[in-house]
Design a protein around this ligand. Structure first.
Ligand SMILES: NC(=O)c1ccc[n+]([C@@H]2O[C@H](COP(=O)([O-])OP(=O)(O)OC[C@H]3O[C@@H](n4cnc5c(N)ncnc54)[C@H](OP(=O)(O)O)[C@@H]3O)[C@@H](O)[C@H]2O)c1
Length: 271
C-alpha cells in the first residue's frame, strides 16, 4: 500500500517509552505514523515521521495538526500519550507547579483533541486513544496531583466519547500500571519541600524507581492501544498488562474499606 492510502496516526510523546513503542506498533499495523517530541528529532530509519510539538502550547499543537493534514490529508487515530509524573506530598506542590502537570497531562490532551476533531467529524470516523493510568481510578498517596490529572482525563474521555460517538468518532482509555520507561527520570519536582513529608515521599520515590526496572515493557501498553484501535466496537477502558487488570478488578469488586486498608499497606503507610 502506498503511504498515501494508509490510515494516518498521530502519537504525542513518541520520543521514548510508551509513545515510542506505540508509534512502532502502529507503523507495523499499517499506519502512516506521525510522532511528536518537544525537540526536533532527525528522521530515523523506522519510518516514523517525527515532528516537534509541545502539547502545552496552543500554537505548537495547531502547527503540528496543520502540517499532518497538509501532508497526509486525514487523521484516523490520535494517541494522546505525552505525559509527566511528579512524586510529592500534595502539600509540597504549589498551584503553579500543579498547573505545569495539568498543562501537559490534561490540557495537552484537550488541545490535541480539539485540533483533530473537526477533521474526524468531517471524515465521520476517527479514534482518540488517551493514555491514562491505573492512577486514573485509584488513589496515589504522594502522587496526588498526577492521580488528579489522570482522574480528570478519565472523566473527560468518558463524557467526550458519548458526545462524539454521534459523529463516528470513539474515545478509549488505556490504563497501564508500572511500565519500564523514562517516566521517573523525566518527572517534574515539587517546589515546596516540607520535612514532615520526607519519609512518605522517599518511600514513594523508591517504589517508583524499582517499578521502572520491574514494570511491564512499553510494548504491553502499545499492544493495548492496537487492540483499542482495531476493535470494531471499542471499549471505553483497556487495562494494559496483568497488574493493571488485577488492580482494575480489585477496585471494582473489593469493598471500599478493604481496598483502603490494602492500599495503605501497599504504600507502606501505617494502618
Ligand atoms: N511509565 C509508567 O509507569 C506509566 C504508567 C501509567 C501511565 N503512564 C503514562 O504513559 C504516558 C507516557 O509516559 P512514559 O512512561 O512513556 O514516559 P516517558 O518515557 O517519560 O515519555 C514521555 C513522553 O512525553 C513527552 N512529553 C513530555 N512533555 C511534553 C510536552 N509538553 N509536549 C509534548 N510531549 C511531551 C516526552 O517527549 P519529549 O521529552 O521528547 O518532548 C516523551 O516522549 C504518560 O501519559 C504517562 O502518564 C506511564
Amino acid at each position: 500500500m502506498s503511504s498515501n492510502n494508509k490510515p494516518v496516526a498521530i502519537v504525542t510523546g513518541a520520543s521514548s517509552g510508551i509513545g515510542r513503542a506505540t508509534a512502532i506498533a502502529l507503523k507495523g499495523a499499517g499506519y502512516r505514523v506521525y510522532g511528536t517530541s518537544r525537540r526536533q528529532i532527525p528522521a530515523s530509519p523506522d519510518g516514523i515521521t517525527m515532528l516537534a510539538c509541545d502539547v502545552a502550547d496552543n500554537a505548537s499543537v495547531d502547527t503540528l495538526v496543520a502540517h499532518v493534514l497538509a501532508e497526509a490529508g486525514r487523521i484516523d487515530v490520535l494517541v494522546n500519550n505525552a505525559g509527566l509524573g511528579m512524586t510529592a506530598g500534595a502539600e509540597e506542590v504549589s498551584v503553579e507547579r500543579a498547573k505545569t502537570l495539568f498543562e501537559v497531562n490534561v490540557f495537552g490532551v484537550l488541545r490535541m483533541t480539539n485540533a483533530v476533531l473537526p477533521t474526524m467529524r468531517r471524515q465521520k470516523s476517527g479514534r482518540i486513544i488517551n493514555i491514562s493510568s491505573v492512577l486514573g481510578f485509584i488513589p496515589a498517596p504522594h502522587m496526588a496531583h498526577y492521580a488528579a490529572t489522570k482522574h480528570a482525563l478519565e472523566g473527560y474521555s468518558e463524557s467526550l466519547d458519548h458526545e462524539i460517538r454521534t459523529f463516528g468518532v470513539r474515545v478509549s482509555l488505556i490504563e497501564p500500571a508500572y511500565t519500564r520507561t523514562s517516566f521517573d527520570a523525566n518527572a517534574i519536582q515539587p517546589d515546596r519541600l516540607i520535612a514532615a513529608y520526607e519519609p512518605g515521599r522517599a518511600s514513594a520515590d523508591a517504589v517508583m524507581q524499582t517499578a521502572m526496572t520491574t514494570g511491564d515493557a512499553p510494548e504491553v501498553v502499545a499492544g493495548a492501544v492496537l487492540e483499542a484501535v482495531g476493535a470494531k466496537h471499542p471499549k471505553l477502558r483497556y487495562a494494559a498488562g496483568k497488574l493493571a487488570r488485577q488492580i482494575s478488578f480489585l477496585r471494582r469488586f473489593v469493598p471500599a474499606t478493604a481496598f483502603d486498608k490494602s492500599l495503605r499497606k501497599q504504600n507502606g503507610l501505617p494502618a
